[in-house]
Design a protein around this ligand. Structure first.
Ligand SMILES: Cc1cc2nc3c(=O)[nH]c(=O)nc-3n(C[C@H](O)[C@H](O)[C@H](O)COP(=O)(O)OP(=O)(O)OC[C@H]3O[C@@H](n4cnc5c(N)ncnc54)[C@H](O)[C@@H]3O)c2cc1C
Ligand SMILES: *[C@@H]1O[C@H](CO)[C@@H](O)[C@H](O)[C@H]1NC(C)=O
Ligand SMILES: *[C@@H]1O[C@H](CO)[C@@H](O)[C@H](O)[C@H]1NC(C)=O
Ligand SMILES: *[C@@H]1O[C@H](CO)[C@@H](O)[C@H](O)[C@H]1NC(C)=O
Ligand SMILES: *[C@@H]1O[C@H](CO)[C@@H](O)[C@H](O)[C@H]1NC(C)=O
Ligand SMILES: *[C@@H]1O[C@H](CO)[C@@H](O)[C@H](O)[C@H]1NC(C)=O
Ligand SMILES: *[C@@H]1O[C@H](CO)[C@@H](O)[C@H](O)[C@H]1NC(C)=O
Length: 296
């Protein structure tokens, strides 16, 4: 009460202004949300309740959904540009409907899988934008008899490796080292890791894919054509289409793998070692992968 009586008239005035401002901001977001929702509802083809996949900043779980795939904490600041909406589809039809509605309503779309983009390109933009977040599309099916795997874009590399070893001790997949990297961004960008010497790049083992193109069409390798299929295997995420899944060939690996680590400091003449390594590596057995890390 004491505080209330002490408020100066000009302070009251500015408080009124502030609340009017936030009111108009709220209704603006509500119309963005409702327009998108109405568009999605128009041809809802999937059984999932469509409002469960759409968030505006009025939703209590907007922040946690947004931050769940921000790996670089530098990009979680309040000053980091935030999306108008986040859409988290469960199936290819919902991805398609999201793309069609985003085009219809002129929203810039940022596609996010594992969120490991170094510059935060999958969830930041200087222009108003929405995020198409693939976190609910993370199904993995491994078939050891054909040595293939179907993996959805929102799965992580670690989840894929886990599912492979769960059915076979002698199959592997040549992809990145960090288990939290997303399949969507990693594979569309090329991908390499500990098996690169023996088996090459990740994209060398991709045999099919499901994508949603800019018109919302759901396509596979034969319906997208070989040029587009080539482009989404290294041409860079987000440049050509939304990748929903990849089908990949697995590679044989021994049941037991030996790993060792050799540390040398500058005072141990480490520079001599690095110098020699560069000349010898090409002749060393391809079953041996050597990685050099320079650390402070
Ligand atoms: C800690 C760390 C370790 C890494 N280790 C390796 C490594 O060992 N080997 C290696 O090759 N790379 C490595 N990388 C690089 C990594 O492969 C790329 O940053 C990759 O793009 C991340 O994919 P993502 O899905 O996690 O990222 P996101 O940030 O989700 O996406 C990255 C880019 O791809 C686009 N994109 C994402 N999903 C899709 C989709 N479904 N369809 C179309 N476009 C999409 C995004 O819009 C963005 O432009 C590493 C990165 C980090 C941060
Ligand atoms: C976001 O809020 C709206 C309105 O309250 C609600 O209908 C919708 O289900 C919420 N979205 C999610 C993903 O929870
Ligand atoms: C979400 O984060 C913003 C800062 O980015 C903050 O202002 C807001 O209060 C947070 N919302 C919730 C529900 O925690
Ligand atoms: C709805 O379906 C019609 C007819 O198939 C199609 O032309 C339109 O693009 C679809 N819209 C959305 C939002 O999916
Ligand atoms: C791993 O394999 C076992 C036995 O085949 C199966 O029961 C289990 O569900 C699998 N784990 C996962 C996470 O799928
Ligand atoms: C690819 O899509 C076409 C057309 O929808 C379909 O006939 C074909 O069976 C699909 N191929 C695979 C391998 O799923
Ligand atoms: C480093 O190289 C120099 C010159 O070749 C040699 O004299 C020295 O013993 C080496 N030091 C070590 C730790 O190997």
């Amino acid at each position: 009460m004491k505080i209330c009586t002490n408020i100066k008239p000009y302070l009251l005035f500015s408080l009124v202004i502030v609340s009017l401002f936030s009111l108009s901001r709220t209704s603006l977001l509500d119309s963005t949300y409702n327009n998108f929702l109405q568009c999605l509802l128009k041809n809802q083809t999937s059984p999932t309740d469509i409002s469960n996949i759409l968030y505006s900043n009025q939703n209590t779980s907007y922040n946690s959904t947004l931050n769940s795939n921000i790996r670089n904490l530098r990009f979680t600041y309040p000053t980091t540009p935030k999306p108008l909406l986040i859409v988290t589809p469960y199936n290819p039809s919902q991805v398609s409907e999201s793309i069609i509605c985003a085009r219809k309503l002129s929203h810039l779309v940022k596609i996010r899988s594992g969120g490991h983009d170094y510059d935060g390109l999958s969830y930041i933009s200087d222009d108003p934008f929405i995020i198409l977040d693939m976190q609910n599309l993370r199904g993995i099916k491994v078939d050891p008899t054909t040595a293939t795997a179907y993996v959805e874009a929102g799965a992580t590399l670690g989840e894929l490796y886990y599912m492979i070893q769960n059915v076979s001790n002698t199959l592997g997949f040549p992809a990145g080292v960090c288990p939290t990297v997303g399949v969507g961004g990693h594979v569309s960008g090329g991908g390499y890791g500990n098996l690169i010497r023996k088996y090459g790049l990740t994209v060398d083992h991709v045999v099919d894919a499901t994508i949603v193109d800019f018109q919302g069409r759901i396509l596979n390798r034969s319906s997208m054509g070989e040029d587009l299929f080539w482009a989404i295997r290294g041409g860079g995420g987000a440049s050509f289409a939304v990748v929903v899944s990849y089908t990949v060939n697995l590679v044989p690996v021994p049941e037991t793998v030996t790993v060792f680590n050799v540390q040398r400091f500058l005072t141990d003449n480490a520079t001599d070692l690095v110098y020699k390594w560069q000349f010898l590596i090409k002749d060393i057995d391809h079953n041996l992968f050597m990685r050099l890390l320079l650390q402070l």
